[in-house]
Ligand binder design. Structure first.
Ligand code: SF4
Ligand code: SF4
Length: 149
Protein backbone atom coordinates (compact mmCIF):
# COMPACT_ATOMS: atom_id res chain seq x y z
CA UNK A 1 0.00 0.00 0.00
CA UNK A 2 1.32 3.45 -0.93
CA UNK A 3 1.63 5.89 1.95
CA UNK A 4 0.58 9.42 1.09
CA UNK A 5 2.95 11.85 2.79
CA UNK A 6 1.92 15.15 4.20
CA UNK A 7 0.17 17.07 6.91
CA UNK A 8 -3.59 16.92 7.14
CA UNK A 9 -5.55 20.09 7.96
CA UNK A 10 -6.10 20.72 11.66
CA UNK A 11 -8.22 23.00 13.81
CA UNK A 12 -5.66 25.71 13.09
CA UNK A 13 -6.83 25.57 9.44
CA UNK A 14 -10.46 25.87 10.53
CA UNK A 15 -9.64 29.05 12.41
CA UNK A 16 -7.54 30.42 9.56
CA UNK A 17 -10.23 29.49 6.97
CA UNK A 18 -7.78 28.43 4.26
CA UNK A 19 -5.58 31.49 3.98
CA UNK A 20 -3.00 29.56 1.91
CA UNK A 21 -5.60 28.33 -0.60
CA UNK A 22 -7.07 31.82 -0.93
CA UNK A 23 -3.73 33.43 -1.71
CA UNK A 24 -2.19 31.04 -4.27
CA UNK A 25 -2.82 27.36 -5.03
CA UNK A 26 -0.08 24.95 -3.95
CA UNK A 27 2.20 23.27 -6.50
CA UNK A 28 1.67 20.06 -8.39
CA UNK A 29 4.68 17.77 -8.70
CA UNK A 30 5.35 15.32 -11.55
CA UNK A 31 4.77 12.32 -9.26
CA UNK A 32 1.25 13.59 -8.52
CA UNK A 33 0.45 12.49 -12.10
CA UNK A 34 2.72 9.44 -12.17
CA UNK A 35 5.07 11.33 -14.49
CA UNK A 36 8.51 9.78 -14.06
CA UNK A 37 11.98 10.38 -15.55
CA UNK A 38 11.53 7.34 -17.82
CA UNK A 39 8.05 8.41 -19.04
CA UNK A 40 8.05 8.87 -22.85
CA UNK A 41 8.01 12.63 -23.72
CA UNK A 42 4.92 12.32 -25.95
CA UNK A 43 3.03 10.65 -23.05
CA UNK A 44 4.11 13.42 -20.65
CA UNK A 45 3.08 16.08 -23.15
CA UNK A 46 -0.35 14.50 -23.74
CA UNK A 47 -0.93 14.11 -20.00
CA UNK A 48 -0.11 17.75 -19.29
CA UNK A 49 -2.31 19.02 -22.14
CA UNK A 50 -5.17 16.90 -20.85
CA UNK A 51 -4.73 18.36 -17.32
CA UNK A 52 -4.82 21.90 -18.72
CA UNK A 53 -7.92 21.21 -20.82
CA UNK A 54 -9.69 19.54 -17.89
CA UNK A 55 -8.96 22.56 -15.64
CA UNK A 56 -6.95 20.42 -13.24
CA UNK A 57 -3.77 22.41 -13.73
CA UNK A 58 -2.31 25.69 -14.92
CA UNK A 59 1.25 26.16 -16.14
CA UNK A 60 2.93 28.90 -14.11
CA UNK A 61 6.58 29.94 -14.03
CA UNK A 62 9.41 31.34 -12.03
CA UNK A 63 10.98 34.30 -13.84
CA UNK A 64 14.68 34.03 -14.20
CA UNK A 65 16.93 34.79 -17.13
CA UNK A 66 14.97 31.90 -18.56
CA UNK A 67 11.56 30.93 -17.18
CA UNK A 68 11.32 27.70 -15.23
CA UNK A 69 7.87 26.18 -15.49
CA UNK A 70 5.78 24.27 -12.99
CA UNK A 71 2.15 23.20 -12.60
CA UNK A 72 -0.33 24.30 -9.98
CA UNK A 73 -4.12 24.04 -9.63
CA UNK A 74 -5.95 26.81 -11.50
CA UNK A 75 -6.81 29.98 -9.60
CA UNK A 76 -10.23 31.60 -9.98
CA UNK A 77 -8.69 34.63 -11.68
CA UNK A 78 -6.64 32.69 -14.26
CA UNK A 79 -7.53 33.83 -17.77
CA UNK A 80 -6.02 30.78 -19.42
CA UNK A 81 -4.27 27.52 -18.46
CA UNK A 82 -0.98 29.32 -19.11
CA UNK A 83 -0.87 31.97 -16.42
CA UNK A 84 2.09 33.58 -14.71
CA UNK A 85 0.08 35.70 -12.34
CA UNK A 86 0.77 35.85 -8.63
CA UNK A 87 -2.13 35.26 -6.30
CA UNK A 88 -5.75 34.19 -6.47
CA UNK A 89 -7.88 31.58 -4.74
CA UNK A 90 -7.60 27.95 -5.81
CA UNK A 91 -10.56 26.66 -7.82
CA UNK A 92 -10.71 23.56 -5.59
CA UNK A 93 -11.51 25.64 -2.52
CA UNK A 94 -15.06 26.10 -1.28
CA UNK A 95 -16.39 27.44 1.99
CA UNK A 96 -15.81 24.07 3.68
CA UNK A 97 -12.19 23.87 2.58
CA UNK A 98 -10.45 21.84 -0.14
CA UNK A 99 -12.86 19.77 -2.22
CA UNK A 100 -10.18 17.24 -3.19
CA UNK A 101 -9.53 14.13 -1.08
CA UNK A 102 -6.25 14.54 0.83
CA UNK A 103 -4.40 11.92 -1.21
CA UNK A 104 -5.36 13.67 -4.47
CA UNK A 105 -4.11 17.09 -3.41
CA UNK A 106 -0.93 18.57 -4.86
CA UNK A 107 2.27 17.58 -3.08
CA UNK A 108 2.90 21.27 -2.42
CA UNK A 109 -0.41 21.46 -0.52
CA UNK A 110 0.04 18.23 1.42
CA UNK A 111 3.51 19.24 2.59
CA UNK A 112 2.37 22.52 4.14
CA UNK A 113 2.26 21.88 7.88
CA UNK A 114 -0.36 23.93 9.75
CA UNK A 115 1.25 25.77 12.64
CA UNK A 116 -0.03 28.49 14.91
CA UNK A 117 2.41 31.26 14.03
CA UNK A 118 3.75 30.40 10.57
CA UNK A 119 2.91 27.29 8.59
CA UNK A 120 5.92 25.28 7.42
CA UNK A 121 6.25 24.35 3.73
CA UNK A 122 9.18 22.03 4.48
CA UNK A 123 10.95 23.35 1.41
CA UNK A 124 8.07 22.54 -0.98
CA UNK A 125 8.09 26.03 -2.46
CA UNK A 126 7.30 27.33 -5.94
CA UNK A 127 11.05 27.29 -6.66
CA UNK A 128 11.30 23.69 -5.47
CA UNK A 129 8.42 22.70 -7.72
CA UNK A 130 10.18 24.29 -10.70
CA UNK A 131 13.22 22.15 -9.89
CA UNK A 132 11.02 19.05 -9.77
CA UNK A 133 9.69 19.89 -13.27
CA UNK A 134 13.15 20.78 -14.65
CA UNK A 135 13.47 17.55 -16.64
CA UNK A 136 10.22 18.40 -18.42
CA UNK A 137 10.93 22.10 -18.91
CA UNK A 138 11.36 21.76 -22.69
CA UNK A 139 7.99 19.99 -22.95
CA UNK A 140 6.32 22.70 -20.84
CA UNK A 141 8.02 25.45 -22.86
CA UNK A 142 6.78 23.91 -26.11
CA UNK A 143 3.20 23.65 -24.76
CA UNK A 144 3.32 27.30 -23.64
CA UNK A 145 4.62 28.44 -27.04
CA UNK A 146 2.04 26.51 -29.01
CA UNK A 147 -1.02 27.00 -26.80
CA UNK A 148 -3.87 28.65 -28.68
CA UNK A 149 -5.37 31.36 -26.53
S1 SF4 B 1 -2.08 25.24 6.20
FE1 SF4 B 1 -1.76 27.15 7.33
S2 SF4 B 1 -2.44 28.80 5.96
FE2 SF4 B 1 -3.25 26.87 5.18
S3 SF4 B 1 -5.32 26.69 6.05
FE3 SF4 B 1 -3.92 25.59 7.43
S4 SF4 B 1 -3.29 27.09 8.96
FE4 SF4 B 1 -4.18 28.24 7.24
S1 SF4 C 1 -5.75 21.95 -3.99
FE1 SF4 C 1 -6.87 22.13 -2.08
S2 SF4 C 1 -5.28 22.37 -0.52
FE2 SF4 C 1 -4.34 22.85 -2.48
S3 SF4 C 1 -4.54 25.07 -2.73
FE3 SF4 C 1 -6.30 24.10 -3.72
S4 SF4 C 1 -7.92 24.12 -2.17
FE4 SF4 C 1 -5.95 24.43 -1.12
Amino acid sequence: MTTICGFKPTNICKECKGKCCKELPGSWYPEDFSIKPNSPPDVVRARIISLLKDKQATIDWWENDYPDYFLRPPAVNDRSPIEGSWGGACIFLNEDGCTRPFKLRPTGCRMLQPLKDKCNAHGYTKRHSCDAWASYNDILKSIVRNWEY
